[in-house]
Write a protein that binds this ligand. Structure first.
Ligand SMILES: C[S@@+](CC[C@H](N)C(=O)[O-])C[C@H]1O[C@@H](n2cnc3c(N)ncnc32)[C@H](O)[C@@H]1O
Length: 184
């Protein structure tokens, strides 16, 4: 996963909001241009696991909230945003993207790395079959979301993106990485 995390964090700058911060697996990849990371994470276990990484981080990391669907930050108060393997899990992903757009300055970047629906019909068929089980076993995670379509629907402009299979079973490993901009 490390090359993917290195790729998605490249270009983050200033005040960064990260939704679905988890146990802080992106921390070691934040570039030096990052001034502070504002972490949004509901799971107490993940927050506890993140403590060591936060303590060792070279940038300040502040836990600001529990829910990407209602981010407790002012409008246009962030310079960039990050989410990795999180848009698959947030119950109302449309609301979360609307919130990200609200807290980001116009013309700023949202960096994303997600798994999602495969373009291969046979894999997609399995993803649709497995989706209900995945949701129950993996904390609400969906296999069938399409990150680029979700971002476009929310009004983001895709600056760049790449989609390909990572290592691992195909229903879980069709990854989308990229950067989307808020309109100016
Ligand atoms: C698969 S984990 C990914 C964690 C981390 N970003 C990573 O790359 O390892 C999904 C994360 O989204 C978090 N999450 C679930 N619902 C959320 C919500 N409504 N708002 C923000 N984060 C949420 C989960 O607690 C979990 O930490």
């Amino acid at each position: 996963m490390e090359p993917w995390r290195a790729q998605v964090t490249t270009g983050l700058t200033g005040r960064v909001v990260e939704i679905g911060f988890g146990s802080g697996l992106n921390v070691e990849h934040y570039p030096s241009e990052v001034e502070v990371v504002l972490a949004v994470e509901p799971a107490a276990t993940a927050r506890r696991l993140a403590e060591g990484r936060i303590a060792a981080a070279s940038v300040p990391i502040v836990h600001v909230g529990m829910d990407g669907q209602a981010i407790p930050l002012d409008d246009a108060s962030c310079d960039s945003a990050l989410a990795t393997f999180t848009l698959c899990t947030i119950p109302n992903v449309h609301r979360a993207l609307k919130e990200l757009k609200r807290v980001l300055r116009p013309g700023s970047s949202f960096h994303f790395l997600e798994h999602g629906l495969s373009p291969d019909a046979s894999v997609a068929r399995w993803q649709r079959r497995l989706d209900p089980i995945q949701g129950r076993l993996a904390d609400g995670c969906h296999l069938t979301r399409e990150p680029l379509a979700l971002l476009r629907d929310a009004g983001f402009v895709i600056q760049w993106s790449e989609q390909r299979y990572a290592r691992g079973p195909k229903p879980w490993s069709y990854f989308t990485v990229g950067v989307a901009m808020t309109p100016t």
